[in-house]
Design a protein around this ligand. Structure first.
Ligand code: SAH
Ligand code: SF4
Ligand code: F3S
Length: 518
């Protein structure tokens, strides 16, 4: 569904710390003058450190919060957060909104009104980074007009050395850079930025702790719930293990308490979040408790729909399949990124499964959940990918019959092993492969939707349809978008809809019954 236009761009180091002028040195921070801007570095990103996976225990902190003296700092002030990237970032934004609001800040959509603007960034592909640098260009003008505005860059790009160096050297109007492990430090960083007038840089490269009890500003009736953080898989193309730290699971009692609370608040759907949710619990040393156990516990909670993102084929065990087969609130949709249909490519990508193992897993899942909806992620044009290997991806896509897929042209990421592999696939070939792949997925999605005409599906009504205010839109259990006519009173309830028309990425239908008791 997505397209990439990427060229390999290695941001050279923009300056050398050893030659930058040190103007102050205090315990825990050094202040430099770079291009006339004072930059106070509490800690800078470090690629070598981010690669480390030590044996230290993960610390769970229950005492993070907003200190009383900072609860008034945002009184009569406004904030905006622009979020790029995945659900993990969306959810981090909810946490930052929660913290800002506890500090007295109010949300706004008007840039001119904002006193603080944060860019929560994504580093997964080059075009994600280009968007952020583009946005920074626009914000520079705003900052010139309103010097008191605090501009912050956070998220995955902040964990990259080359990005932080580039911002320090070329975008001196930025006030704060903080990393994915430093989100809970936001109140203190704002205080520093406000009172010191220096650019504040705080990016920990630690493997990561778990911070509980931070406030969260959730909207709507669907909620994200982190169950684990980080990634230890180190697929050769991927930056995430460097930006998010080591795989670490939240304690089951904390996850369960949060979901119970969301159920009490009336949320209709939760999505359990992690880079590899099915690696959940592997880091526990004191208890035997896996993702299958967690899903079984979710099954007992009175919340109508439970989803999860993302599962890794390698850790998808039989126990989990058996639990998912219980259905109830566990919906029959699995996002199962395959990346490639060629065993050889999978090996070079370091995915740690073969084409056959993936297909066998799909067979097992379909045997127990025959109406399961499978979606996936695929990369084309990985270094060295031959026509034949690409054909293997096409044939796998046909064999599995995905309902939809996120497809990407490979984008080299500085510091990952694949970035130094020889890439002999020309860009026009990559683009053509992406096109053929997308055509094939479109066909399969349309076919599946055609076959659904006449079926009655359970729909959680989200709101008015975006393109037609007379229609309502909602999602099926399998996360398919469906539009139908109905009263606005049905918004945020469950209804039954009969599918009447099919399209490539959505369906239309007619309301069958009024409210379904859930
Ligand atoms: N943890 C998830 C994926 C997170 S990233 C998993 O392992 O499935 C989301 C998707 O971005 C990946 O599945 C992959 O298809 C794509 N991706 C990651 N790095 C990429 C890169 N360097 N170039 C192109 N696509 C990439
Ligand atoms: Fe990246 Fe692989 Fe980890 Fe997914 S499993 S986040 S693709 S390294
Ligand atoms: Fe992007 Fe970071 Fe998510 S790199 S995809 S925001 S984990």
């Amino acid at each position: 569904m997505t397209q990439e236009n990427n060229k390999s761009k290695d941001y050279a180091k923009y300056f050398d710390f050893s030659t930058a002028k040190v103007i102050k040195q205090e315990e825990g921070k050094t202040t430099y003058r770079i291009n006339g801007r004072e930059i106070s570095i509490n800690s800078a990103p470090n690629h070598t450190e981010e690669k480390r996976r030590g044996k230290e225990d993960i610390q769970v902190h229950y005492d993070a919060g907003i200190p009383d003296e900072l609860k008034e700092i945002g009184k009569d002030k406004h904030y905006i957060i622009y979020t790029f990237g995945c659900q993990m970032n969306e959810h981090d934004t909810e946490t930052m909104k929660g913290m800002l609001e506890e500090m007295g800040y109010q949300s706004t959509e008007d840039r001119k009104l904002a006193d603080i603007i944060l860019l929560n960034t994504c580093a997964i592909r080059e075009n994600a980074e280009d968007k952020v640098f583009g946005e920074l260009g626009h914000l520079k003008h705003l900052k010139t007009e309103k010097p008191g505005l605090i501009l912050g860059v956070c998220g995955c790009m902040s964990q990259e050395e080359s990005v932080v160096h580039r911002i320090m050297a070329k975008h001196g109007f930025v006030d704060m850079i903080f990393g994915t492990h430093n989100i809970h430090r936001l109140p203190y960083l704002i205080q520093d930025a406000l009172f010191s007038k220096e650019m504040v840089v705080e990016v920990w490269s630690k493997e990561g702790d778990i911070i509980e009890n931070l406030p969260k500003k959730r909207e709507g009736m669907r909620a994200w719930v982190n169950i684990m953080y980080g990634c230890d898989k180190f697929c050769t193309y991927c930056i995430v293990p460097f930006t998010r730290g080591k795989e670490r699971s939240r304690r089951p009692e904390d996850v369960i308490a949060e979901v119970r609370d969301l159920a009490r608040q009336g949320f209709k759907e939760i999505t359990l979040l992690g880079q590899n949710v099915n690696a959940y619990g592997k880091d526990f040393t004191d208890i035997e408790y896996t993702f299958a156990h967690l899903m079984d516990d979710m099954h007992k909670i009175d919340i109508p729909r439970v989803r999860f993102m993302t599962s890794h084929p390698r850790d998808f065990d039989d126990q989990l399949i058996d639990v998912l087969a219980k259905r109830g609130n566990l919906v029959e949709h699995i996002h199962l990124p395959v990346q490639s249909g060629s065993t050889q490519m999978l090996k070079i990508m370091s995915r740690k499964y073969t084409r056959e193992q993936y297909l066998e897993l799909v067979r097992k899942i379909k045997k127990v959940i025959p109406d399961v909806v499978l979606t996936t992620d695929i990369i084309v044009g990985f270094p060295g990918e031959t026509d034949e290997q690409f054909e293997d991806t096409l044939s796998l896509v046909k064999e599995v019959g995905y309902d939809s897929a996120y497809t990407f042209i490979y984008s080299p990421r500085v510091g990952t092993p694949a970035a130094s592999m020889e890439d002999n696939v020309p860009m026009d070939v990559k683009k053509e492969r992406l096109q053929r792949l997308n055509d094939s997925i479109k066909q399969s999605s349309r076919q599946i939707h055609d076959n659904m005409v006449g079926q009655v599906v359970e729909v959680l009504v989200e709101g008015e349809s975006k393109n037609n205010a007379n229609m309502l839109s909602g999602r099926t259990r399998t996360n398919k978008l469906i539009h139908f006519e109905g009263s606005k009173d049905l918004i945020e309830t469950f209804v039954h809809v009969k599918v009447t028309d099919s399209f490539t990425w959505f369906m239309k239908g007619e309301l069958v019954t009024e409210q379904v008791p859930m």
